[in-house]
Write a protein that binds this ligand. Structure first.
Ligand code: ZN
Length: 149
C-alpha cells in the first residue's frame, strides 16, 4: 500500500526523490543532500497565484501553466473551478495549474487584458500562448491544452 507520488529530480545532486502527492506543498527537500526540491510541475491542486508570485510561478517557469482567472462573485467561475481542479489532478506532473483572483490582483487582469471571467490563460515557457474565455466544458479545455503540451 502506498500513496500516489511524483518523482522529483534534485537540482543539486540529481537524486530522484519520491514525494507523495499530499506532501508536495510542504516544501520537500532532497533525501540525499537536503536541497529544497523545486516542484517544476503542478502538484495535484491548483496553486493560488498573486501579483507577487506571478513572475516566479508563471513568467519564469519553463513549462506549461494553465491559469484560472476568477472572482468569488462570478457564477460561471464556480462551474469552471471543479474542472480546473480535475485537470490539476489528472495532469499532475505535466503542467502547472494555478488560480488567480482578478479582483485581488488587478494588475494581472489589466496586463493580460482580462475583460470577462472566467478566463483561462495558458502560458508556455513564460509566454501567453492561448486564452479561453467563458465556462467551457472539460473536453474543450483539453482540446486547446493538449496540443501545447
Ligand atoms: Zn540532492
Amino acid at each position: 500500500m502506498h500513496e500516489e507520488a511524483i518523482i522529483i529530480t534534485c537540482p543539486n545532486c540529481g537524486a530522484k526523490n519520491r514525494v507523495p502527492k499530499s506532501r508536495v506543498n510542504d516544501r520537500p527537500v532532497c533525501g540525499k543532500c537536503k536541497t529544497p526540491l523545486k516542484i517544476s510541475t503542478t502538484n495535484n491542486r491548483p496553486i493560488l497565484l498573486t501579483e507577487a508570485t506571478f513572475r516566479t510561478e508563471v513568467l519564469s517557469f519553463a513549462g506549461v501553466v494553465l491559469i484560472d482567472c476568477w472572482a468569488p462573485w462570478c457564477g460561471p467561475c464556480h462551474m469552471v473551478s471543479p474542472i480546473v481542479e480535475q485537470i490539476a489532478s489528472e495532469y499532475a506532473g505535466r503542467i502547472k495549474v494555478g488560480k488567480i483572483d482578478i479582483d485581488q490582483n488587478p494588475t494581472i487582469a489589466s496586463q493580460f487584458q482580462i475583460q470577462s471571467i472566467p478566463t483561462l490563460l495558458i502560458f508556455k515557457n513564460g509566454k501567453l500562448v492561448d486564452r479561453l474565455i467563458g465556462a467551457l466544458p472539460k473536453n474543450e479545455i483539453e482540446k486547446r491544452l493538449i496540443p501545447i503540451l
